[in-house]
Design a protein around this ligand. Structure first.
Ligand code: SME
Length: 148
C-alpha cells in the first residue's frame, strides 16, 4: 500500500473507534498492509523505561521493558530522533529479538516535543527502510500522539 493511502486509512480508523482500541487497530493495519514489516510494536515511556504496548508479528519479543538509552529503541527515546538501521548486525547497540531481523526503524512519538513513546519496526529484508519510511512513520507517530 502507498503511504498516502495508509495515512488516510489511519485517520479513518482514528476517527471511527474508541480511543483504547485505536492504537492496536492501527498497528494491526500497518502490519497487514506492509509486507516488509516483519514485526511492529509501540513502546510507551514509563519513568526511565520503554514498556511494550500493542504489537503484531509472528513471535512475541522478550524485550517488553527497555531502559531509556539501551538498544536502538532506548537510543531513539533518549535522542528524540528516528533511527534507521540498515544492517542490525553491524550496530552494537542492537538488542536482538528475532534471528530473522535484518533491518529496523524506530520512530519516536512526541507530545510537546517530549518523547512519550515510539513505533518500532523490524524487517527480515536488509536495508528495508529509507527517509520516505521515516517521513511516513513520523506522520503516523504524530497521529498516535493524540491518543496517548
Ligand atoms: N531491537 C530493538 C529491541 C526491540 S525488538 O526489535 C522488538 C532494540 O535494539 O532496541
Amino acid at each position: 500500500m502507498n503511504h498516502k493511502l495508509a495515512i488516510e486509512k489511519i485517520l479513518e480508523i482514528s476517527s471511527s473507534l474508541k480511543s483504547d482500541t485505536i492504537l492496536k487497530t492501527c498497528i494491526e493495519f500497518l502490519y497487514d498492509n506492509f509486507d516488509k514489516y516483519s514485526w511492529i510494536g509501540i513502546y510507551l515511556v514509563k519513568e526511565n523505561n520503554l514498556i511494550l504496548g500493542p504489537w503484531k508479528g509472528k513471535q512475541a519479543t522478550e524485550h517488553v521493558k527497555i531502559p531509556i538509552g539501551k538498544g536502538i529503541c532506548g537510543s531513539a527515546a533518549k535522542s528524540g530522533n528516528t533511527e534507521i538501521i540498515s544492517d542490525v548486525s553491524s550496530d552494537n547497540r542492537y538488542l536482538a529479538c528475532f534471528v530473522s531481523t535484518k533491518s529496523e526503524i524506530v520512530v519516536p512519538i512526541k507530545k510537546d516535543s517530549k518523547v512519550i513513546g515510539e513505533i518500532d519496526i523490524d524487517s527480515n529484508i536488509p536495508n528495508a527502510f529509507n527517509n520516505k519510511d521515516a517521513e511516513f512513520l513520523e506522520k503516523i507517530a504524530d497521529i498516535f500522539a493524540k491518543f496517548l
